[in-house]
Structure formats: structure tokens, C-alpha cells
Ligand binder design. Structure first.
Ligand SMILES: [Zn+2]
Ligand SMILES: [Zn+2]
Length: 134
């Protein structure tokens, strides 16, 4: 696939990358048909986010078509046209059950990279009962 990548402050590049792969049973892979930029992209572009690394893929607000689903995906099927929310949530952790989807314990596939910026993950009231989607 082709993707818009961050190469450094004010330096973007379209690169050929491997196609995405399923990581979890509740994942869906969406073929992007339209995407936009938003204010948070400007923070990334300007170099204000310290965990950005050269080659990171940009674009978190988009529409497209579902091309693959994991066995636990129940509400979408291949061929569905979807609008993708700008944050990923599992729908099962304490935060998701409280409707606080942007705070999902399982939305970031690599939460360790943000711990030094905000706080250790896994400290929510759901720690003992949440499911780690790995
Ligand atoms: Zn955004
Ligand atoms: Zn969640």
C-alpha cells in the first residue's frame, strides 16, 4: 500500500509500505478511499509530538471499504462502507463500558511509547478484569 509518512519536522513523504495485517480477532482492515487532515496532524507535522519516528504513517480520519474482518467482528462485513473514528477502542474495557472510548485501555497497540508523556497505562479501575487484546 501507499501511505503518507512523517519523515521529520515539516517533512512528509508518500511511501510504499507492506499491506496491513490483522493483529487481533476484533480487527477490521479498511481500504481507505478518502482522508482528511485535522489540527492534530499539524502538531505531528510541526514536530511537537516527541514519540514520532521517521516513517510513521499519518492519517487518522478517513472513510473506506472493509476488505477483511477478524472472527469477532459482528457489526461489519467485507464490502461495508465505513467512517472510521479518529481513535480506536475495544468496547469491552472499563472506560469503553462507561462511554469514555477515547480513554480505552486497548486502543493503542503500543501504549508504552506514551507512558513517559502522560502516565502508565493499565492503571484504570478495570486493570484486574480487562482483557488484553493481543
Ligand atoms: Zn483528528
Ligand atoms: Zn476499551
Amino acid at each position: 500500500m501507499k501511505a503518507l509518512t512523517w519523515q521529520g519536522t515539516d517533512d512528509l513523504s508518500v511511501e510504499q509500505l507492506p499491506d496491513p495485517a490483522m493483529r487481533n480477532e476484533q480487527d477490521a482492515i479498511v481500504k481507505v478511499s478518502r482522508t482528511v487532515t485535522c489540527g492534530s496532524d499539524l502538531h505531528l507535522l510541526g514536530g511537537y509530538i516527541p514519540f514520532m519516528r521517521a516513517g510513521d504513517v499519518l492519517g487518522h480520519e478517513f472513510i473506506g471499504e472493509v476488505v477483511e474482518t477478524g472472527p469477532r467482528v459482528k457489526r461489519h462485513k467485507v464490502g461495508d462502507r465505513v467512517v472510521v473514528c479518529s481513535f480506536i477502542s475495544c468496547g469491552h474495557c472499563w472506560y469503553c463500558k462507561e462511554g469514555l472510548f477515547s480513554l480505552c485501555d486497548n486502543g493503542n497497540t503500543n501504549p508504552g511509547i506514551t507512558e513517559h508523556l502522560w502516565a502508565p497505562t493499565g492503571s484504570s479501575p478495570s486493570t484486574a478484569s480487562s482483557t488484553a487484546w493481543k
